[in-house]
Ligand binder design. Structure first.
Ligand SMILES: Nc1ncnc2c1ncn2[C@@H]1O[C@H](COP(=O)(O)OP(=O)(O)O)[C@@H](O)[C@H]1O
Ligand SMILES: [Mg+2]
Length: 709
């Protein structure tokens, strides 16, 4: 069983090291130690300043100083993002807080397990209780056997007398072993189910929340934490089962002890307190340290990812970036090592104190036992049983403490998951019963403003546009002028802050957003290269059609956009994998991918087509073919084309010129060319690039003036 650390790597859970407090103490440290690679370049530990930060003067590769501001830029004050909430929680993480939160924690674990696997949970609890009872029975049988063996008389008689009790001892051990096997089986059924329930819930919400949520960095950050926290649910249940198991064992051992002598039980409980204290302090030390290192951990993770990513490989080599990145990573990793050492020392100190005091207390327990024996209050057989019960009780108690600690930590991780789930559910747009017009004649946007979350300026500032069926409308304008944002408002992906979007007079604010999106075929500027077959990469446009129209229904769409030329050359045609990260996958060029992205929108066959810079990577011939297709589709659809290739918007029925979130101008090509303005400037600039002027002065600003003269 494993826990995921911050970077999603797995670290051993307490289960693997159950019953060994030494190892338990190191678990949080291992969680910290996600980057304990043997990085041989780092052969000496650099000095660290008071914050544990690497010294600013230490040079990164290529002599770049290790200055976070210089390298990473200005960052948010709060490095932990979603995790900052924990700092406050952890500050209060003492044994008392944990005890207070215990019921809630166990309740949560119970309800999770109940939801994931009701019969399994009932079976598990039953097995545990029965096993505890059998353990108590076994301990009492030991007392019986010892009484028999230690009684007066010849040895064969004593053995004979002890035989039934010995049989019981052996029987109890066998039954307990059997039950623990069943328990193991039940747990292996539980864990994956709980993870599935949690992860599927997360994925469901992640794909249903409004796309606007994903523009909110906080939401995305929290999603990151929630993904890691999702596995915390499984661990939490595991910990809770451990705690319950130990509780049953303790009750069994305690019950037996109290039948032997009432003073033994309280003494035993007191003797484990120092160890509990040490465990809680150690875990807290590791956790707070980990929280304080989150920024570094993230940077390390990011550097590692980029250094090993296929997409960066060429640039890293071409720019000779390798040594710089490697040295920067090494510095962060060394810094981290120093911190781990500090945590390790602190934990060793706590353990030393805890175990020394605990040892003394245990001495007192055994001393009391000797006194009881000596004064004849307790017979030898009972004392022998007491020793066994004390060992069982102490073992169970210390495992319970460790599991509780882990449970608390997993509770915090899982808390991230739960709060994200609540937040995401709030961000799922409501679905009114009314549907958008099935085949709109006119789409009107009136006075729409839209601001991205946490940005000071509006991306759209009172924009009004109109699109009609049978027309091709074009948006042109500089980068960042708001074209893609307006396209997403039109596609029903963004809900404007103010203003209206109407389809045939129906305000989209009052209709089911799914019905709006159903009528829209979008070629987004940033499309996805799905790591799936070429066929599916087209069929994602309307994946249900694969079943209704058959797998070959993608062929006409591919043909219309020239994607078939690309696919025909692939070794398995439409069944070729485009998952280039796998050895069986085939990569395509940017333009080849773009043809496939266009084929998706054609396959979608929607009454409203939005193409956002669909030809940016296409070759000249493919581009011409695409614009012809757009014209053709525009005959019986509403078509919106966003492009910087102004030659291809000349034929558009209407052109909107966007500038800084406003509609600066509108009209046909002829209208816009007839008056000075952005469009005429841009068009003339582009057109001039195609005019053959070999002798032109490189300082071309004066060239038109000369021509005019
Ligand atoms: N996801 C986003 N989060 C914050 N700001 C954004 C986001 N996307 C775009 N913007 C900003 O909104 C403005 C308009 O962007 P966009 O509509 O993509 O421009 P265009 O498509 O015309 O190049 C730009 O200033 C851009 O920086
Ligand atoms: Mg854009």
């Amino acid at each position: 069983m494993t826990n995921s650390d911050f970077c999603g790597r797995d670290v051993p859970d307490a289960d693997l090291v159950e019953g060994d407090p030494d190892v338990i103490d190191t678990v949080p440290a291992q969680r910290n130690g996600a980057y304990s690679d043997s990085f041989t370049a780092a052969d000496s530990t650099p000095e660290t300043d008071n914050d544990g930060q690497a010294p600013q003067s230490a040079p990164a590769g290529g002599g770049v100083p290790h200055d976070p501001l210089l390298i990473y830029g200005q960052e948010n004050e709060d490095p932990t993002g979603a995790w900052s909430k924990h700092t406050k929680t952890m500050e209060r993480t003492g044994v008392r807080t944990m005890a207070r939160r215990l019921p809630g924690l166990l309740r949560l674990a119970w309800s999770l397990a109940w939801e994931a696997d009701r019969p399994g949970l009932i079976a598990l609890v039953t097995v545990r209780v029965v096993s505890g009872l059998v353990e108590a029975l076994g301990l009492l049988a030991v007392a019986g056997a010892l009484t028999g063996l230690l009684s007066e008389g010849p040895t064969p008689d004593r053995v004979r007398e002890a035989l039934p009790a010995l049989g019981l001892v052996v029987g109890a051990a066998v039954v307990r072993t059997g039950l623990s096997l069943v328990e193991g089986l039940l747990r292996s059924r539980f864990g994956p189910r709980i993870t599935r329930v949690c992860v599927v819930r997360l994925l469901d919400l992640a794909t249903r929340t409004s796309v606007m949520a994903f523009d909110d960095p906080r939401f995305v950050d929290d999603l990151d934490a929630a993904e890691r926290g999702a596995t915390g649910g499984r661990d939490l249940v595991d910990n809770a089962v451990d705690v319950f198991t130990c509780a049953v064992r303790m009750v069994a051992a305690g019950g037996v002890l109290s039948t032997l002598h009432p003073i033994l039980l309280p003494l035993l409980v007191i003797s484990t307190v120092p160890e509990g204290w040490a465990t809680a302090r150690s875990a807290r030390l590791a956790y707070t340290s980990w929280l304080s290192r989150i920024r570094q951990v993230r940077r390390q993770f990011m550097l590692r990812n980029y250094m090993t990513a296929r997409s960066c490989a060429a640039e890293i080599r071409s720019f000779g970036l390798g040594p710089f990145l490697r040295d920067e990573y090494t510095l962060l990793a060394r810094d981290f090592e120093a911190e781990q050492l500090r945590v390790g020392r602190g934990q060793a100190r706590y353990r030393l104190i805890g175990e020394s005091v605990s040892g003394l207390a245990l001495g007192a327990v055994y001393g009391t036992l000797v006194l009881l024996l000596d004064s004849g209050v307790m017979p030898l057989a009972a004392a022998g049983t007491a020793v066994l019960a004390i060992r069982t009780g102490r073992g169970a108690l210390s495992t319970a403490l460790n599991s509780l600690n882990d449970a608390y930590e997993n509770f915090l991780y899982f808390g991230e998951y739960r709060s994200w789930i609540d937040e995401a559910a709030r961000r799922v747009p409501p679905s009114p019963a009314a549907a958008a017009p099935a085949s709109p004649e006119a789409v009107r946007v009136d006075g729409v403003t839209y601001s991205y979350p946490h940005t000071g300026t509006a991306a759209l500032r009172g924009v009004s546009v109109e699109l009609r069926r049978g027309q091709v409308v074009a948006f042109v304008g500089a980068n960042g002028s708001g074209k893609s944002t307006l396209a997403k408002v039109l596609a029903g992906l963004y809900v404007p802050d103010s203003g209206t979007v109407r389809w045939d007079g129906v305000d989209l604010a009052g209709v089911d957003p799914d019905s709006v999106r159903d009528r829209v075929g979008l070629i987004p500027q940033a499309y996805t290269q799905w790591p799936m077959s070429a066929r599916l990469n087209i069929a994602v446009g309307r994946v249900g059609r694969l079943t209704t129209d058959g797998p070959d229904s993608v062929v006409p769409a591919a043909r219309a956009t020239g994607a078939d030329d690309v696919i025909d050359k692939l070794p398995h045609g439409y069944d070729t994998s485009l998952a280039r990260q796998y050895s069986s996958g085939h990569d395509l060029s940017g333009g080849q991918w773009q043809r496939i992205a266009c084929a998706r929108a054609v396959y979608r066959d929607a009454p409203f087509l939005i193409a956002d810079e669909p030809s940016a990577a296409l070759d000249a011939r493919a581009e011409q073919a695409l614009f012809n297709l757009v014209q053709e589709l525009g005959r019986d659809r509403i078509v919106l084309l966003i492009t910087h290739r102004l030659a291809s918007v000349r034929t558009a029925d209407r052109i909107y010129v966007l500038d800084d979130g406003l509609v600066a101008d509108q009209g046909t090509h002829a209208d816009l060319m007839s008056r000075p303005g952005i469009y005429r400037d841009l068009f003339t600039l582009q057109a001039r690039q195609f005019v053959d002027t070999p002798d032109e002065d490189p300082d071309s600003a004066s060239a038109p003036a000369r021509e005019r003269r």
